[in-house]
Design a protein around this ligand. Structure first.
Ligand SMILES: *Cc1c(COP(=O)(O)O)cnc(C)c1O
Length: 415
């Protein structure tokens, strides 16, 4: 048996985070995390930092929503808060086209289930008031699909992932919002993988009343910081009318620590729960970086480098089925078909952190979060190519070099 009294310190290696997330945290963010002093959660500079974060977050998300702030934790923490307004018996339509929207659907079923439905199947309740619209893996949720479901079911809420990271698909947020407006449905959107990567303003989508994102993908702030959320006044009024059974993830109560009290911004927050000066500093720096680089420039950079990676893996004979700018989801070339999991494990064993899909069919996912330069993309391509060869596959290296060259505008190989 392990002697836990004398365990050595835990050393974790640096890997190339070339997956769907977590992304590579900026060194400036890590420096602020380690550089913050230990001040308590009611210290004036910590409270000022939180108020500034809230203000920067409104810029990053493109919103005047008063209730815009961070939820301590990960993406699911923000999503749990967003779905907290869904009460037992509420009619909800959820569009599912992959792993994450699938879990969103489970969350909604847990919230909307009656006590009897929850007791009957506690881990996977079948709530009669929830309709799950399943869209096949590899396809996007379209305006037509949303329109048809909302006009048929007329729910109180509709939920969708903006970008489904499981299958790497961009869903039609414009069509979703418009259908919600037409049918007077309150839209709830999982923007975990799109915020900080795509160029959009949430206020351009008036049918969406709740948004939830995460720290570690487009915002590049892994050191367990804050999941951005934003709620319209209508969402907050709806929540006030029904209440919700959570203290910790209560949208109105948690907002108080961020200086949002009784429907107004105040100069400093009041206690909701303990916040970490380290996390506040790191989050503050991550948001500063987003605004300095601008959301529009980051979005352009993601599209540019994703196109380079896509054409290089296609030149290796892979079939790309995704359309997300931060992630390439692919099937291996014919000769290696079916060995996707083996290839991913081979790469991960070398600290090259790519991912498989988490639900069927098994595909390879390669992400470029905060890897927005030619050197990083070329490194990913050469490691991925080496892995294909090590598994016995082959491809024309010249075609791969030419693909990269045509994107980056000069010879990448030393010829
Ligand atoms: C990553 C992801 C999540 C889960 O986020 P965590 O930070 O792991 O809690 C949820 N939804 C989508 C669309 C995601 O990409």
């Amino acid at each position: 048996m392990t002697n836990v009294i004398s365990l050595p310190q835990l050393d974790i290696p640096t890997t190339i985070a070339a997956g769907p997330g977590p992304g590579n945290t900026d060194v400036r963010v890590l420096a602020r995390y380690a550089g913050a002093g230990l001040a308590d959660h009611m210290h004036p500079d910590v409270l000022r930092g939180m108020v500034e974060c809230k203000q920067m977050l409104r810029e990053v998300m493109g919103t005047t929503n008063l209730h815009t702030f961070g939820v301590a934790g990960t993406g699911w923490s923000g999503l749990d808060m967003m779905f907290s307004a869904v009460m037992p018996g509420d009619k909800v339509v959820v569009f599912v086209n992959g792993t994450f929207s699938g879990i969103d659907g489970l969350t909604v079923r847990m919230k909307a289930a009656t006590a009897e439905e929850l007791a009957e199947n506690a881990l996977d309740p079948q709530a009669a008031s929830v309709t799950i619209i399943d869209i096949p893996h590899g396809q996007s949720v379209t305006a037509e699909i949303v329109e048809a479901a909302l006009s048929e079911h007329k729910p109180k809420w509709a939920a969708m992932a903006h970008w489904e990271t499981g299958s790497g698909r961009v869903n039609d947020i414009e069509g979703f919002s418009a259908a919600c407006v037409r049918h007077d449905v309150m839209g709830l959107v999982d923007a975990v993988s799109s915020l900080g990567v795509g160029d959009f303003r949430i206020d351009d989508y008036p049918g969406v009343h709740g948004w939830a994102s995460c720290p570690q993908k487009g915002i590049c702030c892994l050191p367990l910081t804050y999941a951005p959320v934003s709620f319209t006044d209508r969402y907050i009024e709806t929540l006030k009318a029904t209440g919700t059974r959570t203290f910790c993830h209560h949208p109105i109560l948690e907002a108080r620590h961020w200086g949002i009290i009784d429907g107004a911004d105040v100069e400093r927050g009041t206690y909701h729960r303990t916040h970490s000066a380290y996390a506040v500093s790191a989050f503050h720096e991550a948001l500063r970086i987003c605004l300095q680089q601008t959301i529009a420039q980051r979005a352009a950079d993601y599209s540019f480098h994703e196109a380079a990676l896509r054409s290089a893996v296609e030149a290796m004979g892979c079939e790309v089925t995704s359309d997300m700018p931060s992630l390439v989801v692919l099937n291996l070339p014919g000769a290696l078909a079916g060995r996707e999991m083996e290839l991913v494990q081979h790469c991960r064993a070398q600290n090259f952190g790519i991912w498989p899909t988490l639900s069927e069919p098994v595909q390879v996912r390669i992400g470029i979060l905060n890897l927005l330069n030619e050197r990083a993309i070329t490194d990913i391509v050469s490691r991925f190519g080496a892995a294909i060869r090590e598994l016995g596959g082959s491809f024309d290296q010249n075609a791969v070099d030419a693909a990269l060259q045509s994107h980056y505008g000069r010879a990448v190989a030393a010829e």
